[in-house]
Design a protein around this ligand. Structure first.
Ligand SMILES: NC(=O)c1ccc[n+]([C@@H]2O[C@H](COP(=O)([O-])OP(=O)(O)OC[C@H]3O[C@@H](n4cnc5c(N)ncnc54)[C@H](OP(=O)(O)O)[C@@H]3O)[C@@H](O)[C@H]2O)c1
Length: 251
């Protein structure tokens, strides 16, 4: 199923959805390179994967601009012995919940830096190499709140809406060379990131109650969709945005 794919880079692969994805890909025999800031969480993740026979490396990096993205790509290529087959643009910052008139320019720039600029330049660095080899997959993580206006989430939603459009553009640019680019659009998911925000638990449960499923997702449920799109079982899917939101955006 994944014979052609040996190496995956997962930004934010040390927590929540990213960590669940890293573990699943490693279980398939793929060498996973997880990138994030906290060395403690990075080392824990790698140790857990290695303890069950998986192959994993951690890159400690603050992904926030073009240089940090290009550097991660270069480090990952070294760790991957010259190639990266799967890129999962998962790391994101959740800016403070706030009305548009309360958001500062630095919060705006920081949010677009992590959520848009970093995926953009990771793709700029890695997609041409995948295209040259004629295979590879890129998965972007967006969110269901790009589908409707949620007060207080304008900045976050706008950054993720950019990623949705980039998914289609990159599928069009690199698809003819054998690179598939898709996105997963999760609904409310109980992750360390959400639970660390004040009121994150109740907000997530309240958002989840609006969906037919009536409950938040687990990180594993989102990771299953990411792995599906990252591997050959989805070989004819390109440029798709897959909602994994308990039906919220269907109603
Ligand atoms: N949870 C939800 O309800 C939900 C819903 C829809 C979409 N999503 C999307 O799903 C993705 C994962 O979310 P999550 O809830 O799993 O988040 P999470 O638990 O907070 O994990 C985020 C990961 O990203 C890393 N990270 C954050 N900022 C970084 C930076 N500047 N440089 C490097 N690494 C960074 C974190 O590690 P460090 O802190 O150590 O850097 C961590 O590994 C995000 O794209 C998010 O927007 C989540």
């Amino acid at each position: 199923m994944v014979a052609n794919y040996t190496t995956a880079v997962i930004t934010g692969g040390t927590s929540g959805i990213g960590r669940a994805t890293a573990k699943k890909l490693a279980n398939l025999g793929i060498h996973v390179i997880v990138a994030a800031r906290s060395i403690e969480r990075g080392e824990e993740t790698v140790a857990e994967i290695r303890s069950v026979g998986g192959r994993a490396d951690f890159v400690s990096t603050n992904l926030h601009d073009e240089m940090s993205a290009r550097l991660l790509a270069k480090t990952a290529l070294e760790l991957g012995e010259g190639h990266v087959d799967i890129l999962i643009n998962n790391a994101a910052t959740f800016p403070p919940f706030g009305m548009t008139h309360d958001i500062t320019e630095s919060t705006f720039e920081g949010t677009f830096g992590v959520n848009v600029k970093v995926p953009y330049f990771l793709v700029a660095e890695l997609a041409p190499l995948m295209a040259k080899r004629g295979s590879g997959t890129i998965i972007n993580i967006t969110t269901m709140v790009t589908e409707y206006g949620q007060p207080g989430l304008s900045l976050y939603s706008a950054s993720k809406a950019a990623i949705k459009m980039l998914t289609k553009c990159w599928a069009a640019e690199y698809g003819p060379s054998g690179v598939r680019v898709n996105a997963v659009s999760p609904g409310p998911t109980l992750t360390e990131g959400v639970l660390s925000i004040s009121g994150g638990d109740s907000f997530t449960n309240q958002m989840a109650s609006q969906a037919p499923a009536g409950r938040p997702a687990t990180p594993d449920e989102i990771a299953e969709a990411i792995v599906f799109l990252a591997t050959d079982v989805s070989s004819y899917i390109n440029g798709a945005i897959l909602p994994v939101d308990g039906g919220r955006t269907a109603v």
